[in-house]
Design a binder for this molecule. Structure first.
Ligand code: SAJ
Length: 415
């Protein structure tokens, strides 16, 4: 294959759009493809449909230089990067519908020798499934040149960037690329080398798929350990934040921070793909998910204990995002906690504060006892203050305003 000069990025979400923008910023012609007309229009205007530091300037620059455009249709290209969601089904197996839809749009464009990269987080075997599916749609092609049929080169390259630091980590993180064939892996390596300054590590597709799942499970298990410690410490009357700080002075101990639960679209989801692949064997990974998923209910109980039998209590709830300093509410334990509290506390008023959003999310918008307001007024009016997200804005709150109120601090910023 000649040097890759044009790439189609399918799926312009939190990963696809930054990847498209960074490739375009490195002199590759990129067409971003999305099913959402609003997203396509926004990108073509040089705008970004969600908040991520520095992304807006990359997109605006690439569009004005005519290196990046967006379309509802999948074009012919030398390389395709598929970055569509892989949500889970009610039984917690992966839903690969969007990957298959992307494949159906790519298949008619193929002539042979193209590179097709799956970036979406996927259970082991999904890259092979994508390759086999493309060949079933295009039996005149092959995955390895067998029978003299032109080959397409299929690889997996999981993304590992941290929301809030995406534009930095896309460039600096090491990458793993796994090919269905060594040639596919090598072509994928060469494409990522255009912008990735980290090490690019080459393996097979299934190992690359599993590596991504394992990284997020590692973090989930460690957060579950911290969350379990917080529940044990509460029972024993010990300050868990001090406990962890002290234990972390040991040179080989690094305990993470407890919180109200684990949110986001990655850590709360990916471990289930391992559990689905090996249900009997993945005991610890399953337990970690269950421990973290149980934390919101525990927080709700703490609030109920704090307001006791006070009639019509007012609770200021600080934070809805799934973690600090972002506007992303996906899978946020904070949203789940407010929803549960709204149903459980009789006559309560929940005064929600989330400086990063302008309106309440769908799950909370229709609830009569939930309103969105500013921190100062909400705290002043409240009997109890529940801190769910450690946004910098909240760290600046003068603690004297908390005096006389029940305080439930799930992130330890006021300890
Ligand atoms: N959390 C805690 N305690 C901690 C750390 C995090 O309760 O000590 C909570 C957060 O509040 C949040 C959740 O865990 O609700 C996840 O946050 P995060 O910052 O750990 O991770 P994500 O979901 O933003 O991004 C992760 C990253 N994976 C790892 O760090 C192993 C990122 O590198 C991946 O690219 C991303 O998942 C992904 O897309 O898979």
């Amino acid at each position: 294959m000649n040097t890759i000069e044009n790439v189609a990025v399918v799926g312009l979400g939190y990963i696809g759009l930054p990847t498209a923008a960074i490739l375009a910023g490195n002199d590759i012609h990129v067409i971003g493809v999305d099913v959402n007309q609003g997203t396509v229009d926004a990108v073509n205007r040089g705008e970004v449909p969600f908040v991520e530091p520095d992304l807006a300037s990359y997109v605006a620059g690439a569009v004005s230089q005519k290196k990046l455009s967006a379309s509802l249709e999948t074009p012919a290209a030398q390389a395709y990067i598929v970055a569509v969601p892989t949500p889970f089904n009610p039984d917690r197996t992966a839903d690969v519908t969007y990957i298959k839809a992307a494949a159906r749009a790519i298949a008619p464009q193929l002539v042979g020798d193209e590179l097709v990269i799956l970036e979406s987080t996927s259970p082991p075997g999904t890259t092979q499934l994508l390759g086999d599916y493309l060949i079933s749609l295009r039996p005149d092609l092959s995955l390895d040149g067998a029978d003299g049929k032109p080959a397409i080169h299929v690889a997996h390259c999981p993304e590992r960037v941290l929301p809030g630091r995406i534009m930095i980590e896309l460039v600096t993180n090491d990458r793993i690329v796994g090919g269905l064939t060594p040639k596919a892996a090598e072509l994928a390596r060469a494409l990522y080398a255009v912008f990735c300054q980290g090490e690019i590590l080459v393996t097979d597709a299934a190992t690359a798929e599993m590596a991504k799942l394992v990284e997020n499970s590692y973090r989930d298990v460690n957060i579950a350990f911290a969350n379990e410690l917080s529940v044990i410490s509460d029972k024993l009357g010990i300050n868990v934040w001090e406990l962890i700080k002290l234990a972390n002075h040991h040179p080989r101990v690094n305990i993470l921070q407890p919180g109200p639960g684990v949110g986001g679209h990655c850590i709360a989801v990916d471990p289930w793909f391992i559990v689905a692949a090996a249900p009997e064997e993945a005991q610890l990974i399953r337990q970690a998910r269950e421990t973290n998923d149980a934390k919101p209910e525990w927080v709700v109980k703490k609030v109920l204990d704090a307001v006791g039998d006070k009639a019509a209590p007012k609770v200021a709830v600080l934070g809805l995002a799934f973690k600090a300093n972002i506007d992303d509410l996906r899978e946020s334990p904070a949203v789940a906690i407010v929803e549960k509290l709204s149903a459980k506390v009789d006559g309560a008023e929940l005064l929600v504060v989330e400086p990063h959003v302008e309106s309440l999310p769908r799950q909370l918008a229709g609830l009569a006892n939930v309103t969105l307001g500013d921190a100062a007024a909400s705290i002043e009016a409240a009997d109890a203050v529940l801190l769910l997200v450690d946004h910098d804005d909240f760290k600046e709150i003068d603690r004297t305003v908390l005096e006389g109120k029940a305080v439930i601090d799930t992130r330890g910023i006021w300890q």
